[in-house]
Design a protein around this ligand. Structure first.
Ligand SMILES: [Zn+2]
Length: 283
């Protein structure tokens, strides 16, 4: 069969007629570019869910209406919220209309957990790490083309060429039926693997992991050799497996998407405003 093309979306939604579904499945086994198209659609689907996010709390909009009428009441809940928010954002909020704030609230949600709960196969990842360690001196078997990597990036899967202070990407692959992006980084001595998969991190199933805030990211960490850290952001679960020291972890995590800790409605509006501003300035 020909490439899936515009049928990729219908395939992801399971809306192709049965014979075409089967043909598509066969084709996907052999065609990486269509597999990437399907992954893109799946990511898109997760992102679209954010747009259907709940409306801003009534309280927030009511506070804004009051703010317009009376100015800020010194000890109102709203005033307290404003005091705790960055000054830049308070100014933006006071001058924004309720409609803009409502829109910003909705656009701001994509830093919240999204997608189906996912438990990263950390033990498989640790085994894969050991395998990569052994083959580090051998030729890399399944490096993806730069084009494929660019497509993954465009679909929202970060595939940086380097990470942290000294790691360079040496390998990239799709594993687990193309459900997981498997990136390998090395500095020549130590190895770092980064796994990315769709979904929201299911922390209830994590065994031996302790929650920590590294930089501004909430991360679940399991000490040992290898050291494993996992978190989610924007509908993607990230898992880092490395034999590097803990100190090396912070700069690596800082370069990857984060769900920032302690996020309230105002942070969310702030995120949304940031997003909207960056879209406007890009246009
Ligand atoms: Zn194809």
């Amino acid at each position: 069969m020909a490439h899936l093309g515009s049928e990729a979306a219908a395939y992801v939604d399971g809306q192709l007629p049965a014979p075409e579904m089967i043909a598509a499945r066969h084709h996907l086994r052999e065609c990486q570019s269509c597999r990437l198209a399907v992954m893109q659609q799946e990511t898109l689907k997760i992102r679209m869910k954010h747009v259907n996010a709940p409306e801003p709390p009534h309280e927030l909009l009511a506070s804004l209406a009051r703010l317009k009428d009376k100015g800020i009441e010194p000890e109102s809940r709203w005033a307290r919220l404003c005091r705790s928010a960055p000054a830049r954002m308070t100014v933006a909020l006071v001058s924004a209309s309720a409609v803009v704030v409502a829109a910003a609230y909705m656009f701001g949600v994509s830093k919240e957990p999204a997608g189906d709960p996912v438990l990263p196969s950390v033990d498989d990842y640790a085994l894969a790490f050991a395998g990569s360690e052994q083959s580090q001196t051998q030729a890399i078997m399944h490096t993806m083309s730069n084009t494929s990597l660019a497509e993954l990036e465009a679909a929202g899967w970060p595939c940086p060429a380097s990470l942290g202070t000294r790691f360079d990407r040496v390998d990239a692959a799709l594993v687990d039926n193309d459900q997981v992006v498997d990136l390998t980084f090395s500095d020549g001595r130590q190895l770092l693997k980064l796994f990315e998969q769709s979904g929201a991190l299911d922390v209830s199933g994590l065994d031996g992991f302790v929650p920590e805030t590294i930089g501004r990211t909430e991360v679940w960490v399991r000490d040992g050799i290898p050291l494993i850290a996992t978190w989610d952001a924007d509908g993607v679960v990230f898992t880092v497996v490395t034999d590097a020291s803990r100190d090396e972890l912070a700069p690596v995590i800082a370069e990857l998407p984060a769900r920032e800790s302690g996020e309230g409605p105002l942070d969310r509006v702030g995120n949304g405003l940031d997003r909207m501003t960056s879209w406007l300035s890009a246009a």
